[in-house]
Write a protein that binds this ligand. Structure first.
Ligand code: T3D
Length: 266
């Protein structure tokens, strides 16, 4: 059987591909376990300084595999406890993407629906092929958005648009998503792989420890007042200032040459 997740070690970064194209990369337990393992390995590998997440085939991901959710009409089986599924699989996945100490770039190669959309939107930099679309598909099956969607989407595009998308399930094309600030940009389909690989390779040469601290600062900002966030910035900048990459960055500027960042901790 084909592995549900493919991992390729490239130029300083890990490329992780969701690999159930016949089901538009819908999530099974096996895929959750394999994806989490791949992300955890990338997070702890000092040679890996960025992650590129994408999907195989014509979809990025259609969210939860619904074939695993069919219930008999005669009431002979109790419904699944979806709270357990979220706590066991989706929530740890979103926490990992948001908090892993290196950039996560998401290349949305095709439709991203349900949790598939919200997993994509949890990435640090999201670039989509122009033919891709984002669908908050949950209401169509009687569920509420999950995988961090109710937190992340309103912060990206505002409450009015997020609520309407969540209630209507209207597909949003990649270019509209970019115009609305849901993603960073939409590129021609033929350019998606080259654009996102170049970005991942470039970010893998940057101050990785600084990026980890930057992610901490942005994550903290959501629930903070300006005063609280200024304190966070002070504390994290203190740590950034101790890194070898800060010293190298300043030296390189003064010597009028490109910086050679190692990504090593202080
Ligand atoms: O359950 C829990 O643990 C709670 C967590 C829930 C998280 C969630 O993600 S809930 C939301 C689940 N996802 C959906 O509701 C989306 C379902 N899919 C669709 O609405 C459509 O497939 C798309 C709009 C995404 C794409 O439409 P289209 O026309 O481009 O493709 P298609 O023909 O519908 O799909 C292609 C194949 O993939 C098809 O199989 P077939 O007929 O060729 O054998 C289809 O059944 C399969 N597929 C698509 N999505 C899923 C799926 N199979 C299982 N689960 C899916 N989610």
């Amino acid at each position: 059987m084909e592995p549900s997740i493919l991992v390729a070690h490239r130029d300083g970064y890990a490329e992780i591909t969701l690999n159930r194209p016949e089901r538009l990369n819908a999530f099974t337990v096996d895929m959750h376990v394999a994806l989490r393992a791949a992300l955890e390995a990338a997070a702890s590998d000092p040679a890996c300084r960025a992650v590129l997440l994408t999907g195989q085939g014509r979809g990025f991901s259609a969210g939860q595999d619904l074939t695993a959710r069919a219930q008999p009409t005669d009431g002979s089986a109790s419904p699944p406890d979806l709270g357990v599924t979220l706590e066991t699989y989706y929530n740890p996945l979103i926490r990992l993407i948001r908090t892993m100490p290196k950039p996560v770039i998401v290349a949305v190669n095709g439709v991203a629906a349900g949790a598939g959309a919200n997993i994509a939107l949890a990435g640090d930099i999201v670039i989509a092929a122009k033919s891709a679309k984002f669908i908050q598909a949950f209401a169509k099956i009687g569920l509420i958005p999950d995988a961090g969607g109710t937190f992340i989407l309103p912060r990206l595009i505002g409450m009015a648009r997020a609520t309407a998308l969540m209630m209507t399930g209207e597909p949003i094309p990649a270019e509209t998503a970019a115009d609305w600030g849901m993603i960073w940009k939409a590129v021609d389909d033929a350019d998606l792989v080259a654009t996102t690989r170049a970005l991942a390779a470039q970010l893998a040469t940057q101050p990785t420890q600084g990026f980890a601290l930057l992610k901490q600062a942005l994550n903290a900002s959501a629930g903070h007042s300006l005063e609280e966030q200024l304190t966070v910035e002070r504390d994290l900048q203190r740590r950034a200032g101790l890194t070898p990459d800060y010293a190298e960055g300043v030296r390189a500027f003064l010597e009028k040459r490109p910086a050679h960042f190692t990504g090593r901790p202080a």
